[in-house]
Design a protein around this ligand. Sequence first.
Ligand code: ADP
Ligand code: MG
Length: 691
Amino acid sequence: MKSPIRNFFYPKSICIPGASTKELSIGYEILKTIKKFNYPGKIFPVNPKADVILGYRCYNTIFQISDQIDLAIIVVPKRFTLDTIEELLAKNVKSIILITAGFKETGEEGKIREREIVDKIKSAGARMVGPNCMGVINTLPELNLNATFIAEEPESGKIAYLSQSGALGAMILNSLRLTDVRFTHFISVGNKADLNENDFIRFWQSDENIEIITMYLESFDNGFEFIKPLMLNEITKPIIVLKAGKTESGMKAASSHTGALSSQDKIVDALLKQFGVVRVDNINELFNTAKGLESFPTPKGNRIAVVTNAGGPSILLADKIEKEGLQLAELSNETKSKLREIVHPEGTVNNPIDLLPGGNEISFPQVIKVVLEDDNVDAVISLFVEPVMVKPMPIAEAVNDIESDKPILQVIMPLPEFWDDYRKDSKLRKPIFRNPEDPAEVLSNMLFHSKGKEKRARFKSFNEEAMATIGIGKFNYDSGFIDQEKITEICENYNIPLVEEILIDADKINEQRIEFYPLVIKGINENVIHKSEFNAVKLNIQNSDELKTAASQISNSFKSQGYIVEKYLLQEFVETKHELLLGGYRDPSFGPVIMFGSGGKYVEVMDDTAIRSAFISDEEVVEMILSIKMGKILSGVRGESSVDLSKLANIIKSASQMLIENEKIIEFDLNPLIVDTKDKFHAVDIRIKFS
Ligand code: ADP
Ligand code: MG
């Protein structure tokens, strides 16, 4: 049998329960679109009250259909959905799109009904898209399937698009004649009650008609399932994600710094980057990047040559090139002298190469060909603003015709009628960008994808090994923060460098003979999370008298706030050079994540932290350290020597490993992890929370 997911895009027969004779109803419009685009398979509309709809024979019940049904698209009113689904399952239909709305999105009752449907679907071994969605498109000529109620159809290309929002899907289809994006597959997934982005990514990876995967998401259904196939290098095709909901606040339930500092969006952002998923900021960047990947070779490097007839726009482009981490290529002397022979004497042969308003269909391609030959150039951007005396169409065509294994992206800023002419008359119809900044964004995303892809291939076996260690840890304590003895035990097990310390029952503090000074005394009560706020940390204690005084001050301070000191923690006083933060957090969706940053009392204010999945290789740990300001300081500025970054990397890695191995640890915090004046590391304040 064909896979149920394949049948969503490649059905040979479609049943439409809820098809309708009423114009402008969804049940009518969807059938009308299917007909309009000449779907060649069989269509079985179902409606108890109609015999013919739009020329198709209409069945009064599902059971009247004797043929096999590859795909059912349900548009019946909400109250009939469950019965309809039962009938379809009884008829052995395995792929169902439930367009009908009114489920989880409406509240508790809808959620229960949605659950009921999913249970039925699952126990029958079927799969469902939706509810609350707007259908599917497959533009391949052998399918010509547009089962949405939008009568615009994309051209066939290599791009697949998944939309969590119906409206955004509709908007994209509505604007096709302006954007010229070619979606081969389009699916609106609505509430994602059963199938979600993770299922379709795997499917598209295996579908040879698709080369680029794009999606608009509002939530990740199971973030770990999203990153897992990337970690295991099972996905090689580019994934471009537009994720809404960037403004979510931090995790309210989290009590550690890591939890509080890592909003869901920061985690999403960090992990998509880590595993090479292109995240875009808006719909234009999504389209442009997809078009870039579809139509142009990936640049080998980031050195860009700009050929233009316009000053201002090329400055905007140059700014964007820098902002995107690309560079304006340094042209060789040979290139420059060749250019001097072509370029107007008042023009510029330095990059950006300015041909002045006289630049035309002869000089643009001539100059572009010269710069393409320069080894210092990885990609060319041609930027043309229409002046009165030069027409854009011949230039567009001449530049399109240049063959090269380096990408040549064109921006044309013409009079509006150009776009229709281009669509009608262009021979190759390569994408043309509308804003001077667009190609820089596109090239940078293309480079990001190709680097991410290489990285995934490189880390595949590392990730496989790391994944095999999930849950093998032996630590399993009751839920809540664990006490100091258990912390010590766990840290010793994972080589986390504890400061020299002893723990003393509060009533024994005056009897204890202390051998090491100077020291630090801390009052411990399991309900006190931030000790400094209770004046419970006294630093640089020199002798037993000072110790006694400090202990009683701490005790009084606790008492005044209604607590008692349970224990005193005495630690070696570390001569501090830097305070770092190392934390971990088990995200309910994405799994174990770690955070590294500037630590101490001012973490929130400094806001100098980096997040990664705890599945992090040696190479990435170093990259993580150096990605923040504190990392740059640690690696030595102003003549200071670098601290031993490999030692630090090892600490970060083993703390990550602790989180991976012990699934009951939901948060941990080392704040601060101190670097002392001799560049040794000491974790002086550790909290670990079990779920
Ligand atoms: P809390 O975070 O609960 O307030 P900490 O144990 O982190 O308490 O101590 C607060 C601050 O005291 C630390 O950020 C650090 O600056 C300093 N400190 C704590 N322990 C030591 C130590 N052993 N040596 C030097 N400084 C320390
Ligand atoms: Mg602390």
